[in-house]
Design a protein around this ligand. Sequence first.
Ligand SMILES: Nc1ncnc2c1ncn2[C@@H]1O[C@H](COP(=O)(O)OP(=O)(O)OP(=O)(O)O)[C@@H](O)[C@H]1O
Ligand SMILES: [Mg+2]
Length: 244
Amino acid sequence: MSLTFAGVSLAFGAEPVLSGIDLTVAAGEFVVLLGPSGCGKTTMLRLASGALKPGRGTVTSGFARAAVVYQTPRLLGWMDALDNAAFGMKSLGVRRAERRERARAILMRLGLAEADLAKRPSRLSGGMAQRVAFARALAVEPDFILMDEPFAALEAGLRRRLQDLVRAETERSGVAALFVTHDVAEATRLASRIVVLSARPGRIVADFANAPAREAAEAFEAAAALLRRSDVAAAINAAGGEEF
Ligand SMILES: Nc1ncnc2c1ncn2[C@@H]1O[C@H](COP(=O)(O)OP(=O)(O)OP(=O)(O)O)[C@@H](O)[C@H]1O
Ligand SMILES: [Mg+2]
């Protein structure tokens, strides 16, 4: 099972957004797409999920079930946390009692308290809401999970705790992941492989294996080493020297 981009290019109108993308994500891999704002990362996830078709080239997926976690939680406002987490299983024909039981177990693993399960999204903190969104994705037992900067809006300590949960949960289930970020330390903390994109139009400028850093300090050291690589530095400079 794998997902393959072969010679993929895409333009919105006259504006090229992605150029000559060749990438395969294999079963069990945790691939982080790292690149500056506007380089086409979200567009690549939309191509990967089949929501968008490429202008040139092909995107083929052999995965049986993909789940997506967006930058904002996208929870349903009239449902409590438990029903939101259970929601994705509905279309799979899982009975309500079992849906709620499965969702509860995942939410507990992700650190929600019993009292939080009955809260509607408007009463959840940003961190809790993102945990519910992650639980909703895990609950369908995907073999491929797509994540689009899911923790970008959260404070650093909370982000690290959620990164630990993502690591624990993906290792536990063996699900393949394609995770988008512009945070270099987040990439070194999560990835089994890091793919660096240039500024728009996005092209792959580096693609290498990464041993996920266990500790925050180790992640920052790995990030510093990454930023000293000439191919990565070139991509950042091309993006105007802004932080990724
Ligand atoms: N549906 C669309 N129609 C027209 N242009 C679009 C559309 N979607 C994205 N774009 C443009 O394509 C480019 C890439 O967008 P994309 O959202 O993939 O970037 P990104 O790498 O995810 O950026 P960010 O890090 O800011 O989220 C941008 O210039 C954006 O304006
Ligand atoms: Mg984006």
